[in-house]
Design a protein around this ligand. Structure first.
Ligand SMILES: [Mn+2]
Length: 320
C-alpha cells in the first residue's frame, strides 16, 4: 500500500484525471470526488467526475455536483477511484475502467476493509468516512480547503458516520469535521439536505417497510423487505430505501439488521448493519463485502429462499 504523501506526489504530477465514484452514489463518494476534484483544479490538474447514473436530488445543494458526468468528455491521464471497494461497485462505468486499466495510471483512496487493492496505487485504511482520507490528501497536495471543499468533505463525514453516531467515529473524525467548520462548512444545511430531508413518498415507503419488519433467531435478526411492487406503489427509486436498515438495528433485541431490496425479479440487493457483529464476513459468504458494521451483497431466488439463506447464515455467526 502507498502512503498519503506518495499518492499526493503522484497526483501533483498529473496533467489530467477522471475521478470515478461508486454506484448508488452517497454523500461520501460524492463528497470525496467533489472536494478532491476542486483541489486538483486549484493546482492545475484538469479533471472531471463520473458516476454511472444521474446524481440524486438530495445532493443538488453541493457546489459542482451539476458537473458530474455519466461518461468522459476527454481522454484523461489517470483514473482516481474514491470510496470504491471493488470494480463492480462502478456499475456501468466498470467497462470504461476495464478498457483503460492497463493503459492509465490508476489510484484508489478508500476506507473499506474489503477493498481489493485493484488499482496500481492504493491508499486503503478503515475509518468512519473516506472524506477523512481525502482531507489529509488535500492538505498533502498543498491546498488549503476553501468553503466549497469543506462543504463537500463534511457531507461525507456526516452521512457515512450516521450523524457522528457509528462505532467507528473517532477523534480524527471530529478533528476533520472541526477543520471543515473552520473553513466555512454549514453542518445544519448538510444534515438536513443530505441526511434527514425526505419526500412524503419516501417517508411512506419507510413506514411500510418498518411496519412489516420480520424477525428471526429469537429477535436477534431483523429483516426489512422492499419489493418492486412497494417502490412502484409509492413511486420511489431504489435509493429511497436508505435508512430503513438503520432503523431495524435500533430495536433492542436486534444484533444484525438487514434490508433486502428486490431490484429485479428474484434478485435482491442486501444491506447489513450491526453494532458489534462483523457483518462484512457474513456479506462475504454471499460474494459481497464492506465494513465491519455495514456491508452488502446480492442474493438471488424467491423472497422466502433469500430469507431462509440469510437466517441460516447469520445464525452461524451470531453468538448464541
Ligand atoms: Mn464511504
Amino acid at each position: 500500500m502507498n502512503t498519503i504523501e506518495e499518492i499526493a506526489n503522484i497526483l501533483k504530477k498529473l496533467k489530467s484525471a477522471v475521478i470515478l465514484t461508486h454506484m448508488r452514489p452517497d454523500g461520501d463518494t460524492l463528497g470525496s470526488a467533489l472536494s478532491l476534484g476542486r483541489a486538483l483544479s486549484l493546482i492545475g490538474v484538469k479533471n472531471e467526475i463520473l458516476n454511472e447514473e444521474p446524481i440524486p436530488a438530495r445532493f443538488s445543494f453541493l457546489e459542482g455536483v451539476e458537473e458530474v458526468k455519466l461518461g468522459p468528455s476527454f481522454d484523461a491521464e489517470a483514473m482516481i477511484l474514491v470510496d470504491v471497494s471493488a470494480e463492480n461497485r462502478l456499475g456501468r462505468l466498470q467497462e470504461y475502467f476495464r478498457r483503460r486499466v492497463h493503459k492509465k495510471l490508476t489510484v484508489a483512496i478508500d476506507h473499506h476493509q474489503s477493498n481489493l487493492r485493484f488499482c496500481r496505487y492504493n491508499y486503503v485504511a478503515e475509518c468512519s468516512s473516506n472524506c477523512q482520507h481525502i482531507y489529509k490528501l488535500i492538505l498533502a497536495l498543498g491546498v488549503e480547503p476553501d468553503r466549497r471543499i469543506a462543504q463537500a468533505l463534511l457531507t461525507g463525514l456526516v452521512t457515512d458516520s450516521g450523524l457522528f453516531s457509528h462505532a467507528d467515529v473517532s477523534e480524527e473524525t471530529f478533528l476533520t469535521a472541526a477543520a471543515c467548520m473552520r473553513a466555512g462548512a454549514d453542518v445544519a444545511k448538510i444534515t438536513y439536505e443530505a441526511y434527514q430531508k425526505k419526500t412524503k413518498a419516501r417517508a411512506d415507503l419507510y413506514a411500510d417497510a418498518v411496519y412489516h419488519l420480520r424477525y428471526f433467531l429469537g429477535g436477534r435478526l431483523a429483516v426489512a423487505v422492499v419489493r418492486q411492487s412497494m417502490l412502484k406503489k409509492y413511486g420511489v427509486g431504489a435509493d429511497a430505501t436508505e435508512g430503513i436498515v438503520d432503523f431495524a438495528l435500533s430495536v433492542d433485541s436486534v444484533a444484525v439488521s438487514v434490508c433486502i431490496m428486490e431490484f429485479d425479479r428474484e434478485k435482491y440487493k442486501v444491506s447489513f448493519r450491526a453494532r458489534s457483529q462483523n457483518v462484512s464476513e457474513i456479506a462475504r459468504v454471499f460474494g459481497g463485502g464492506g465494513h465491519v458494521l455495514a456491508a452488502g451483497c446480492m442474493l438471488f431466488g424467491t423472497e422466502e429462499e433469500v430469507l431462509d439463506r440469510l437466517a441460516f447464515t447469520v445464525s452461524q455467526y451470531i453468538e448464541a
